[in-house]
Design a protein around this ligand. Sequence first.
Ligand SMILES: NC(=O)c1ccc[n+]([C@@H]2O[C@H](COP(=O)([O-])OP(=O)(O)OC[C@H]3O[C@@H](n4cnc5c(N)ncnc54)[C@H](O)[C@@H]3O)[C@@H](O)[C@H]2O)c1
Length: 264
Amino acid sequence: MTDKFAQQVVFITGGASGMGEATAQQFSRHGASVVIADVQVESGQEVVKRIQDAGGQAIFCHCDVSNAQAVQRAIEQTIERFNNLHILINVAGIASFKTFHEFDETDWDRIMGVNLKGMFLTSKYAIPYLIKNPHSYIVNVGSTSCFVGDVGESIYSASKGGVMMLTKSIALEYAASGLRCNCICPGITDTPMLRYHLNTTDNPEQILADRLRRVPTGTMVQPDDIAKCALYLSCDDSSSITGTHILIDGGYLAAAEWAPQPHH
Ligand SMILES: NC(=O)c1ccc[n+]([C@@H]2O[C@H](COP(=O)([O-])OP(=O)(O)OC[C@H]3O[C@@H](n4cnc5c(N)ncnc54)[C@H](O)[C@@H]3O)[C@@H](O)[C@H]2O)c1
């Protein structure tokens, strides 16, 4: 526990699970006040309780990030409770896998609504408060899908491509106001989302092993790897970095093709 983020208020979407939860815990361990905004009420409240039990400050806001009124209300609740907002971490996201022409309009609206419109809305309502501070930060969680397509996840990839461009645009528009905006792009990360999708297949362990053969380190990214990067991008340690991304993918996108190599 340090006080590196003492007096800092952090709003984290998707904070009830996976990377969002890890990020909330890390910020709290370093002294920040944390707002967990999520649709999962029970898990979100449990994260808040764990943070409070460890001596930290946190509140839960039930918030569907694709709903403008809900987002506006959650930001207002944050200001009412903590009087300020310094850091917005957009983690909430959903994935859905189908052959392209089998997706329908509802799938498009749902996936784009959470993954891309959600980031538009949280940023739109948070920025007026963020820029009241001399330094403020937005960190968006994208994916390796910000850069490459994949079979079966066309809408997800389109949404994550949009996340990258939203990140750059916000960074440019608010650089002079002391707001920095960056994107973390995870590869295969061990979270409930990954496990859920693996478990819809006939042989989850085999599918995972097959996917990891394509990853140079041969290992999954851990939620804490993402969380620590979010902290780095939300303080002076990264003071010249804005409008860009950090890939955390075990080397996945470093090669066009990959076959496991011998140990040197
Ligand atoms: N796990 C991976 O392998 C992986 C890889 C690349 C990118 N990502 C991205 O990382 C982010 C976090 O995913 P995760 O793996 O931790 O998944 P997760 O399912 O464990 O967590 C996602 C959280 O988002 C919340 N959420 C979903 N819809 C929401 C909504 N409408 N409003 C508010 N909250 C909502 C969920 O309730 C959940 O708590 C996502 O944006 C995902 O696309 C994940």
